[in-house]
Design a protein around this ligand. Sequence first.
Ligand code: ADP
Ligand code: MG
Length: 316
Amino acid sequence: ATPTSIMVGTGRAAQLGVLFRQGDALQQLKSTCIVAFDKTGTLTQGHPSLTNLQITGEHEWTSNQILQIVAAIQHQSEHPIARAIVDAADAPQPPNASKQTIEHTVTSVQGFEAIKGFGVKASVCVDGQTLAVAVGSAALMRELGMNPAPLEQTVNAWAQMGQTPIHVAINQTIVAIMAVSDPIKPEAKQTIEELHARGIQCVMITGDHALTAQAVAKQLGIDSVQANVRPEDKATVIQSLQTKISDPNKAGKPVVTFVGDGINDAPALATADVGIAIGTGTDVAIESASVVLMSGELNKVVTAIDLSRATLRNIH
Ligand code: ADP
Ligand code: MG
């Protein structure tokens, strides 16, 4: 490719809202055969809301008290799940919820800890009493020595509907399960269809529950799912896709593109042959990517690939 054609191609791309941070990406993108997507904030809007809250086990806590305690901790987390819970706790209570008014007050949160890919924990002071609170996945509960198995049926039912289940433990007892749901981006399904039409395989990589991930993937027609992937392992999944022989008749390694928005996605964006960051995502993701979709619209992934193909087709 001539430097001029690359310049023209990247200029045209910028007009269409696709920023090529590296000229090399324009050349690589034309031969991409796998596009891997992060789920939350990439295929989905990244603004989940609380859809379920169920008390579990024997204790005196009401659902509203649990919500307030969890929200107090989540104030210190930057995860989209945290925002969903804080928003739900701040929402005005329905008129028939008068019995659930806050009889307990959270006075302080101490020793906040975010366990990446698992959840959060902290000590919460409620009416002078210090509680050890943990919020997160079933794996987090097991890690802390609790048994989430009896809740699995409900949790799985929620996950099968595409909701992300969350467990809440107070002083080593699972007192509630919650679920948050993140709407799929309106253009996501068509984007996957258009990638398929171009002979490209679509993969999802997420830290979320396997059933939640599968439910979302199914709605979108995504070919394969890697769920429960810890943040530090997303790049390893990209590496395994890069070495996979998808077509034994084709020589060479498959060119893998990764699309993501989060801090978690930075290593995968850097490892992929082409890293595409959602422009509305985090700065760390943008800095690790070679391509940025300025508006965050997913269909711009197709625009970028088409431009790459067209630019390099015109070069003789
Ligand atoms: P994703 O790929 O969806 O961004 P993450 O690695 O950020 O995944 O999170 C994986 C899982 O860890 C979530 O599905 C959730 O179960 C748990 N988790 C992470 N952060 C929080 C939090 N602040 N509150 C509750 N659960 C959390
Ligand atoms: Mg994300």
